[in-house]
Design a protein around this ligand. Structure first.
Ligand code: PBG
Length: 339
């Protein structure tokens, strides 16, 4: 007779609720943990001084000039947030078909990086490598006469952009453009300039998602993009195996970290990626996810703190090592209070 036969007829056979009864034992059996160490704060930076602009579709998030961003950066350090991700808002007179401003060594991003690193050397700085803030059409790359985003021509500009970010002191360059071969090409460019320590965070499984809408408002690319889309380079939300293929290639090409994006609707992808490769895997809780949580919270329909922390913990459970979230500062403050 085995034990399951012994207990046959008893009810319930096994009491799962025993471990959940008291807080001490819930804490002991908790499988995953969310910590401030996991958070990356994405910020929108503007040229000029003492400027802030609200973003209608992202209440609580602002476009800000560098002097104001410095205060935010200090706050991140105080709270223990390891890194900032910088997204520039480029004036329309600096946008062009050829995105030349993207590789300007005195452009907004290198100036911001230099100043942040000079004042806060221990704060990790991540820069976005993609051309959409700089193109007059809002695509992430250079287009041909039919509007098709040209791969190899775009990669050539991305190389210049990444090199310029790294030379300004960026710790991590993060190509979010989804061109083929850009990771190997950027690694090669960085190495040939002796920038062997600059890490590459590859947006490898980046989907053509409608959840990026508020971000495109924030950086001002949505009007330029108009009715066009990014289906010829970002991934089809219907695909899952293809994400593994993309991640495998980027790791082979030299990515130090890979990203899945968006976050919450793509937890299955995150989980498969982590299971398959065991590499540092980041996830982006994108602007549309922020907007949904914020809107519900503002209406009193959801409890903001508990829903946000639950959404972030769910990323950890699914396999994320770090999370880009517009809630980073709030979450860090909530976590601190919970200690
Ligand atoms: C563009 C880029 C996008 C985001 C980060 N980098 C938008 C896009 O691909 O159109 C989206 C982030 C967000 O929605 O929060 N290179």
């Amino acid at each position: 007779m085995n034990s399951s036969m012994l207990s046959f007829g008893q009810f319930p056979q096994k009491r799962m609720r025993r471990l959940r009864r008291d807080q001490f034992s819930r804490r002991l059996v908790q499988e995953t943990h969310l910590s401030t160490d996991d958070l990356i704060y994405p910020v929108f930076v503007l040229d000029g001084k003492n400027r802030t602009e609200n973003i209608a579709s992202m209440p609580g998030v602002m476009r800000q000039s560098l002097d104001i961003l410095m205060v935010q950066a200090e706050k991140c350090l105080e709270l223990g947030i390891p890194a900032l991700a910088i997204f520039p808002v480029i004036d329309s007179d600096h946008k062009s078909l050829t995105a030349d401003e993207a590789a300007n060594p005195d452009g907004l991003v290198p100036r911001v990086v230099r100043q942040l690193k000079a004042h806060f050397p221990e704060l990790g700085i991540i820069t976005d490598v993609a051309l959409d803030p700089y193109t007059s059409h809002g695509q992430d790359g250079l287009i041909d006469e039919n509007g098709y985003v040209m791969n190899d021509e775009t990669v050539a500009v991305l190389n210049q952009q990444a090199l310029m970010h790294a030379q300004a002191g960026a710790d991590i360059v993060a190509p979010s453009d989804m061109m083929d071969g850009r990771i190997a090409s950027i690694r090669n460019t960085l190495d040939s300039h002796k920038l062997i320590h600059t890490r590459i965070l590859a947006y490898s499984a980046k989907y053509a998602s409608s959840f990026y809408g508020p971000f495109r408002d924030a950086v001002g690319s949505s009007a330029n993009l108009g009715a066009s889309n990014k289906y010829t380079y970002q991934m089809d939300p219907a695909n899952s195996d293809e994400a593994l293929w993309e991640i495998g290639l980027d790791l082979q090409e030299g990515a130090d970290m890979v990203m899945v994006k968006p976050g919450m609707p793509y937890l299955d992808i995150l989980s498969r990626v982590k299971d398959q490769f065991r590499a540092p895997t980041f996830v982006y809780q994108v602007s549309g996810e922020y907007a949904m949580l914020k809107a519900a919270a503002m209406n009193g329909w959801l409890n903001e703190e508990s829903c946000v922390l639950e959404s972030l913990l769910a990323f950890k459970r699914a396999g994320a090592d770090a999370i880009l979230t517009y809630y980073a500062i709030n979450a860090a403050a909530w976590l601190k209070r919970e200690l």
